[in-house]
Design a protein around this ligand. Structure first.
Ligand code: MRU
Length: 359
């Protein structure tokens, strides 16, 4: 991704200081700060505290957490994986990355297990970039086709997205946003409606920031505005990411995604979901088995932003006595999904569709 004209990744290993570097996403868009991670507990805190977030990035960061743990204690593979697995429950990429680390290191000797872990992390990091770029290439023709049918009547192809499924949610490119970036690179004039995505505002804080940095036209809207925009014909397509995709094509993504999909269905707006195969959970059949993360109620009761002196301030917005429920994800049933865009191509949101590409 480009930030201030420079190419940056969301995570990388810095050989000079033998540490892992991340962008602290809790400070964006007001401050761009790079943070060093040197221990397992720093990695766990970064994931729990959402300095890094987004399904693919959580997976890559967890893999680096395994390396940092093994660097200190070559016998800590199992404990490190168990600790990392507890950081966030919904994105399956976390489990996927830890399983992969365990499998690849199962035969390693104590003397070189940390080196092997580092090699594996760097491989996972590189693969994530290639996979996300391929998702973009696979999805861009859908936007091209839509644009061909609209270009004589409008200035932009209007795409609505929810949360942040951009480069900041992966190592680079992102998933849903990769499709947008590739379409833009192919010359399609894209305009993005960015759902603010309460309560953590990943849309307003991160998606809009990324799009601004990439020079792509975008407008932040309230989470409830998508419906009327679709009724007015001002959304040509919705595209979102997913934290866990079931084999039947159901997708679990940031809270509010389901309502967008319902609205899209009612207004004949295509609703696509972009994902790397590491997001597919082949093991469960019923979405009720997906652990839905419930986060701190302070995320709801308080809002954060900068004041006129550019200082970050947090203020309460409703009575202390009020109860709150902060569910972080919801499930969009496959029947509302027009198609899944993956690194191997586009398929129907169904077991047949997914198996056709991956098994
Ligand atoms: O709670 P977050 O910020 O980790 O949630 C992120 C999302 O819901 C993304 O849409 C999802 O991870 C898919 S991104 C590639």
């Amino acid at each position: 991704m480009k930030i201030a004209g420079e190419h940056v990744q969301s995570i990388w290993y810095d050989l000079n200081c033998d540490s892992v570097k991340i962008i602290d996403q809790t400070l964006l868009p007001h401050e761009f700060a790079i943070v060093e991670l040197n221990t397992l507990s720093e990695v766990c805190d970064a994931i729990c505290g959402m300095k890094v977030r987004g399904a693919p990035l959580i997976g890559v960061t967890a893999a680096y957490g395994v390396y940092l743990s093994l660097r200190e204690d070559p016998d800590s593979l199992q404990q490190a994986c168990s600790k990392l697995l507890e950081t966030r429950p919904t994105a399956i990429n976390l489990k996927w990355a830890l399983e992969r680390m365990k499998e690849d290191l199962s035969q390693a000797r104590s003397i070189d297990i940390a080196d092997k872990a580092l090699e594996q992390c760097q491989l996972i990091e590189k693969e994530d970039i290639l996979i996300c770029e391929s998702i973009g290439e696979a999805g861009a023709p859908i936007l091209q086709e839509l644009w061909e049918s609209r270009k004589n009547s409008q200035r932009y192809l209007n795409i609505l997205t929810h949360c942040n499924a951009g480069a900041l949610a992966a190592v680079d490119w992102g998933t849903a946003m990769s499709v947008i970036y590739k379409a833009s690179d192919h010359g399609i004039p894209v305009h993005v409606w960015v759902d603010e995505t309460r309560p953590r505002n990943q849309g307003a804080n991160l998606t809009s920031y990324e799009l601004n940095e990439e020079g792509i036209s975008n407008t932040v809207i309230t989470d409830n505005a998508g419906g009327i925009l679709m009724q007015r014909g001002e959304v040509d397509m919705c595209i979102v990411g997913t934290d866990r995709t079931l084999s039947n094509g159901d997708v679990c993504n940031k809270i509010g995604t389901y309502l967008k999909a319902l609205s899209a269905k009612d207004n004949n707006v295509p609703f696509y979901v972009a994902l790397p195969s590491s997001t597919i959970d082949w093991s469960i059949k019923d979405h009720k088995q997906i652990p839905i993360e419930e986060r701190n109620s302070e995320e709801l009761s308080h809002v954060e932003g900068v004041d006129e002196n550019n200082e970050i301030k947090k203020v309460r917005i409703y009575p202390k006595k009020s109860k709150s429920l902060n569910l972080a994800f919801d499930v969009t049933p496959a029947k509302l999904v027009t198609g899944l865009i993956t690194e191997k191509g586009v398929c129907e949101a169904s077991e047949k569709g997914l198996k056709g590409l991956f098994k």
